[in-house]
Design a protein around this ligand. Structure first.
Ligand SMILES: *Cc1c(COP(=O)(O)O)cnc(C)c1O
Length: 419
């Protein structure tokens, strides 16, 4: 459930008309609802309430906006980071270092050193060499890094290929058959305190069965490793739960997920860790846009909006679907293609879609844009970097400025030899 709804014929974010935001901030603009973020965080926590002492780290890559992170930090969420930049954001937003988990297959020695110095709570090791490098760096600093080993369970999450991460051909984690030997070698290293295992098999998952199979595989491995004398006191179950981009396609609820986790982990005797991203932030944001033209097409009209693939990359990257709704719907419908102004045919949000009838100058939203939206934005075609707004009841604030072309030009020094 989210807080973007029609009231008296106009779409609101909580108690703020979206038209007011468009007027004051301009379009395109991402709009987040604080109440929706908080609701999603609560529902997720409640779904796991039966599991004892759990650790929930928001996967920052889904939405790294500082204000979003602060809202979630106040809900008790830590942060799952995949870069030192994200670590800096988490710390700046008020996440305690001990609640930060560092995932990712390409951490450099510098990255590892920075994160050690910051005192983050856990490293999720993706390959043996990374673990060895971390041990060496930590030992040289007289520190001990707390870590878990990410295993690749070789389970197909049944999601889009570009967001699948748990198949043996994917780049993530160590092969599950080798995990025991690798853990044994890492366990022997000074500077490293190996505490358990991690997995994350993909994103926008709609079927709990592959997740359950992957969890069961990792659980069985963990029990074997414990019998072999290893400390296994935490298992990080990753993120990946899907969200309803299309109204009539409903993903498993956090409660269904929680029940499954309870069933499969009941004998593990570990602290369970979670890294939800999309399910927390996705429906907490929309991309508000203005229709520039409705261009007659040969087959269908093109609704040309002022948002483009550089602002919301998911349709171009993953053929992703986002609902498109008029901010002041008339009740009339039209069948159209929806595209942005960028000079790429891939800058198309939808083809042949039945949508609210719109005309030039109308406002509309792409829904479910709160995750993997603004964070993937670029300035391609020298378009300004898209701004972000957070609504809180009847108030709102710009929480990321529109970065204008002038600022981008200023960051490009002209060398002397071209003076
Ligand atoms: C991306 C990612 C997540 C979050 O995935 P969602 O589908 O957004 O929940 C969690 N853990 C890791 C390691 C990730 O890479």
């Amino acid at each position: 459930m989210d807080h973007f709804a029609l009231r008296g014929g106009a779409m609101f974010a909580e108690d703020v008309p979206l038209a007011t935001i468009a007027e004051q901030v301009g379009t395109p603009v991402y709009v987040y609802s604080r109440a929706t973020l908080e609701r999603h965080a609560r529902v997720f926590k409640e779904a796991l309430a039966d599991l004892g002492d759990v650790h929930i780290a928001f996967a920052i890559k889904a939405n790294p906006n500082l204000s979003v992170l602060r809202v979630l930090a106040r809900q008790g969420f830590g942060a799952d980071i995949v870069s030192v930049g994200e670590m800096k954001r988490a710390l700046a937003a008020g996440v305690a270092a001990k609640d930060i988990v560092y995932s990712g297959v390409g951490k450099t020695r510098d990255d590892l050193a920075h994160a050690l110095d910051a005192g983050i709570g856990q490293f999720n090791i993706e390959l043996e060499e990374e673990g060895a490098a971390l041990a060496e760096i930590a030992a040289a600093k007289g520190k001990t890094a707390t870590a878990v080993l990410r295993v690749n369970p070789d389970v197909d999450a049944g999601t889009h290929a570009k967001i699948s991460t748990g198949l043996s051909e994917n780049k993530f984690g160590v092969p599950i058959d080798l995990a025991g030997d690798i853990l044994a070698r890492l366990d022997a290293l000074k500077g490293l305190n190996m505490r358990g295992l991690a997995l994350h098999i993909g994103s926008q998952i709609f079927d709990l069965d592959p997740i359950e199979r992957a969890y069961a595989k990792v659980g069985a491995l963990a029990m074997d490793l414990r019998k072999a004398g290893h400390v296994i006191d935490r298992i990080d179950l990753g993120g990946g739960l899907g969200v309803p981009y299309e109204r009539d396609k409903v993903p498993p609820s956090p409660a269904d997920y929680g029940a499954m986790v309870k069933r499969v982990t009941k004998d593990w005797g570990v602290t369970l860790m979670f890294e939800p991203g999309r399910v927390i932030a996705g429906n907490a944001g929309v991309l508000l846009t203005e229709v520039i033209w409705v261009k007659p097409g040969i087959v269908r009209p093109y609704v040309i909006v002022d948002a483009a693939m550089n602002d919301l990359a998911r349709p171009a990257m993953y053929d992703a679907y986002h609902d498109f709704d008029a901010v002041h719907p008339t009740g009339e419908k039209m069948v159209a293609n929806i595209a942005g102004p960028v000079c790429e045919s891939g800058d198309t949000f939808a083809m042949d879609r039945e949508i609210d009838a719109v005309k030039a100058g109308d406002l509309a939203v792409f829904r479910t844009a709160g995750a993997y939206g603004a964070t993937m934005a670029s300035t391609y075609n020298s378009r300004p970097l898209v701004p972000e707004v957070m609504v809180d009841g009847d108030r709102f604030a710009v929480v990321a400025e529109r970065v204008k072309a002038e600022a981008l030009i200023e960051a490009e020094p002209m060398p002397d030899f071209l003076a």
